[in-house]
Write a protein that binds this ligand. Structure first.
Ligand code: APR
Length: 188
């Protein structure tokens, strides 16, 4: 009997989580930026930074909608999955599909690395200005529809920092009924 997959919503700082992998809201250069990207690069330290510089040199960075994996350096996680979400323009530039790809490619990379627990931020909803409601629907919809196909990933955490994202994720998750899934919503 397969163990049931788990999804957890928590409010907090993703960089403090001792999970197998945390996902970074990266940009195409993979060389750091503002927001969560800045915090991760600052806290992860030089070894992680060096790994990103190598990826930039070897692959020229990472296209929007794709993801790359590095060590997590000084962070408690084992890996960082740098996922590049789209900047929101007007919804007519493939933004929804690109955000969906960022989540599904990050999950796929995680499973390749035999990651069992992975934490996602709300990709593209900060500097990139993606509408939070639509982003939350895409995040949860993409993860839940692809999770059953993965052998290793068993627990996905959605980690949000602001109350608006928390309310959106809580509202979507609390309405889900799926006997194959354990849904945990951490009260704040
Ligand atoms: N833990 C969890 N979530 C966080 C944290 C944190 N420590 N810090 C920020 N967030 C949240 C933000 O509140 C937002 O909801 O992560 C989400 C993504 O925000 P950004 O970091 O601004 O990323 P994004 O909107 O995807 O834009 C990416 O910004 O930081 C630059 O280099 C990055 O160019 C890239 C762009």
């Amino acid at each position: 009997m397969n163990k049931r997959k788990q999804v957890t919503l928590i409010r907090g700082d993703i960089t403090n989580l001792a999970v197998d992998a945390i996902v970074n809201s990266a940009n195409k250069s993979l060389l750091g930026g503002g927001g969560l990207d800045y915090v991760i690069h600052k806290k992860a330290g030089m070894l992680m930074k060096q790994a990103c510089i190598e990826l930039n040199k070897q692959k020229g960075g990472c296209p929007t909608g794709q993801a790359e994996v590095t060590i997590a350096g000084d962070l408690p996680a084992q890996y960082i999955i740098h996922a590049v979400g789209p900047r929101w323009l007007d919804g007519q530039h493939n933004e929804a599909d690109l955000l969906c790809s960022a989540y599904s490619n990050a999950l796929s990379k995680a499973d390749e690395m035999k990651v069992q627990t992975i934490a996602f931020p709300s990709i593209s909803t900060g500097v990139y200005g993606f509408p939070k409601q639509l982003a939350g629907e895409i995040a949860i919809g993409t993860v839940l529809s692809t999770l059953p196909h993965y052998s290793f990933v068993g627990h996905v955490l959605f980690v949000v920092q602001d109350s608006e994202n928390y309310q959106i994720y809580q509202d979507i998750l609390s309405k889900l009924v799926d006997e194959n899934l354990v849904i945990n919503i951490e009260e704040i």
